[in-house]
Write a protein that binds this ligand. Structure first.
Ligand code: NAD
Ligand code: UDP
Length: 326
């Protein structure tokens, strides 16, 4: 039986999407990457252009598209707070209108569709670790709401298309993920700290650095996403995907200084509004249903990511928005 599939990856030029496309191409699938290059550049997927089974479409998923595919991974959405807050209405459109457009393709072609949801659906959680049953503590009118509520609404749309139209859905809630391929002006904490450390500049900690995050290496995450898409139990999720090892932001800064041998100093600035104080996934469900757990610890993952950033020529990158890193 031919098991090769036609797979659409929206947001396929971004950090997670580019690694996902790479792994799917290596398995021999026909991969269509759809991206509007808001937070990525063609340079980020230059290697993928050499594959005969790779196709690139510049398209904004808020606009309808007509394609015939077997599977859809819906990743298109800016993920960094500085960029998703740049045009909050477009961020909501991407999560909501974009999800409806992709679910429409899935309904018409009977494709299986996976949604890249997020730990942000839990908001600023008052329990730790966060299991899938936790319903969250999101401020619906704050500056992060365009992302958090957009992603929550996308989950609602996925489950309503599933119940109403029988669409075969998969929903994964991704916790902070990092790795090579991250845009240098992405604005998220790992890329900011690494670039600052490599340049011996001050490391900008927002708040007192006691807030926690749990960082997952991108290859581990992509493996889990593919397992989720391929699970044969019709397990829809939502399922948490992330690394349960929890670190304070100050600890992260100290580890990056140590691994880069940097002379950077820590400086403290204001904490952005609604910045979650803690995030740590309960991954029992992923272990049980997908037989998955992350294999890469933070130091190993950071070491590979630092090597990547060392080799970057920043002249080749432009800033996605005017929302600058502090
Ligand atoms: P990223 O910003 O690197 O990639 C997102 C990609 O989507 C970019 O290539 C961007 O150009 C594209 N895009 C944005 N809006 C689009 C639109 N309207 N139409 C077409 N393309 C569009 O982010 P990432 O870290 O790779 O995240 C990928 C997905 O995973 C996102 O949906 C994000 O919300 C989700 N996620 C990521 C993390 C993380 O820590 N990396 C955590 C939780 C959820
Ligand atoms: N952060 C920081 N300095 C930076 C960038 C981020 O201290 O230069 C903090 C941010 O306030 C948050 C954490 O690091 O507490 C993770 O931020 P990021 O933007 O990577 O993602 P988030 O998990 O907030 O969506």
């Amino acid at each position: 039986m031919n098991t090769l599939k036609r797979i659409l990856v929206t947001g396929g030029a971004g950090l997670i999407g580019s690694h996902l496309c790479g792994q799917l191409l290596d398995k021999g699938h026909d991969v269509i990457c759809m991206d509007n290059f808001f937070t990525s550049q063609k340079r980020d997927i230059a290697k993928l252009l050499d594959y005969h089974n790779f196709e690139l479409i510049r398209h904004d998923i808020t606009q309808p598209a007509r394609l015939e595919v077997d599977e859809i991974y819906n990743l298109a959405c800016p993920a960094s707070p500085v960029h998703y807050q740049f045009n909050p209405v477009q961020t909501l459109q991407t999560s909501i209108a974009g999800a409806m457009n992709m679910l429409g393709i899935a309904k018409r072609t009977r494709a299986k569709i996976l949604q890249a949801s997020t730990s942000e659906v839990y908001g600023d959680p008052d329990i730790s670790p966060q299991p899938e049953s936790y319903r969250g503590r999101v401020n619906p009118i704050g500056p992060r709401a365009c992302y958090d509520e957009g992603k929550r609404c996308a989950e609602t749309l996925f489950f309503d298309y599933h119940r109403m139209h029988g669409v075969d859905i998969r929903v994964v809630r991704i916790f902070n993920t990092y790795g090579p391929g991250q845009h240098p002006y992405d604005g998220r904490v790992v890329s900011n700290f690494i670039l600052q450390a490599l340049n011996n500049e001050d490391i900008t900690i927002y708040g007192d650095g006691s807030q926690t995050r749990s960082f997952c290496y991108v290859d581990d995450l992509v493996e889990a996403m593919i397992r989720m898409m391929n699970n044969t139990e019709n397990f829809t999720g939502p399922v948490n995907l992330g690394n349960p090892d929890e670190f304070t932001i100050k600890q992260l800064a100290e580890i990056i200084i140590e691994l880069t041998g940097s002379s950077s100093k820590l400086v403290y600035g204001p904490l952005p509004a609604d910045d979650p104080t803690q995030r740590r996934p309960d991954i029992s469900l992923a272990k049980e249903k997908l037989q998955w757990q992350p294999a890469t610890n933070l130091r190993e993952g950071l070491t590979k990511t630092i090597e990547y950033f060392k080799g970057l020529n920043l002249d080749h990158y432009s800033r996605p928005t005017l929302n600058q890193v502090q």
